[in-house]
Design a protein around this ligand. Sequence first.
Ligand SMILES: Nc1ncnc2c1ncn2[C@@H]1O[C@H](COP(=O)(O)OP(=O)(O)OP(=O)(O)O)[C@@H](O)[C@H]1O
Ligand SMILES: [Mg+2]
Length: 361
Amino acid sequence: MLSLSSPKSSADLVKEYFHTQGLKTQDLPKYISFKDYFSVEINEQKYVVAVNNWKHKTVNLPSIESFYQFLSSQKGKEFAGGLFITHKGYSETVKFFLKANSDKEIVLGLLENKVTTQKKDEININWLYPLDYSIKKKDKPNNNSVQLGVFACKGGVGKTTIIAHLGLLLSELGYSVLLIDEDPERHLKRILDSFLKTSKSLNLKCINADELELEKKNYDFMLYDYPPSLSINSIYSVNNLHYCLVPINLSPLALGLEAEIIHKTFNYINQLNSSVKILALINNEIDSNHPTSKNLKQELKKALKPYPKAHLLPFSIRHSSHLYYWGKSNILNGVGRQSNAYQDFLALADYLIKLLNLEEN
Ligand SMILES: Nc1ncnc2c1ncn2[C@@H]1O[C@H](COP(=O)(O)OP(=O)(O)OP(=O)(O)O)[C@@H](O)[C@H]1O
Ligand SMILES: [Mg+2]
């Protein structure tokens, strides 16, 4: 175990390394990946150091994941752990990934450049150690869970797909997640059941809406999958939602002839729950660079104008075969991790976590 009881010591070691190698901050290549790693010795154990030299971009989960994979590899096993250093910061999902994968010790650091007039460039590292894993969320009267539903007055727009994958990713990031299937067709349970049986390690449970009363545990997230038309019971749970995700498909048909579906959806949600925040999310996007796609997004923004409480998320869920052919294999295993879908759901999870933190403060 790495003891950073005197965190400066490891900072000093890294600093020392820079100096003995004659490196100055500005000499660092854009990205020293773990492939060109160097190591430092702390308490007689070797730690591999990766430096990500992006000045204006936060480090996202994929970089930390590959660092973790390196540490798990044959080559990486000679190290007791890893130190990851960058300038700007880390996305929220990184720390929850580290919490969920604590078998490898990865310590995050922030490089603070002090530009001095002296010849030597001073290197200061602020170690984020121990990491703060606390989950900040809104204080709610009945329980402390964040309640988010996915709803649209239209079938087949990706409601079930979105809620299933979001739940999966949030639980992998260390949150406890309860999925509530409000659809009598039970699509959510059907796609998740076989997978959940084989992955007990995830803190994820999926129940039918009528089982909700029996649920005594407190979850970080309660995610509801609604059918396109709501039953009386579902209407009651919509009333408790903090957020409602509305999947929107960008097709000339969806926005043109069926623009009223968007209006109907927003009006409907608002009538049931006037304090809910509506998050519109483009799903199944085929080519964001296509001129028609850009035009449709403009049209969509216009269509959303009458609804100040509705916010169009600044990213989309792209069309992905990993979402279409979903069964036992999913975005968290095998090639699924390299899929666009994994990146997109990561962006969604990150967005929600940041949103919660902002509302807290
Ligand atoms: N981003 C995507 N990429 C590829 N396929 C997708 C995507 N999103 C959804 N799909 C596919 O579209 C189909 C409909 O999705 P889904 O069942 O999630 O929609 P829904 O809104 O829940 O439908 P319903 O109204 O029937 O409940 C499914 O076959 C799903 O796999
Ligand atoms: Mg569905």
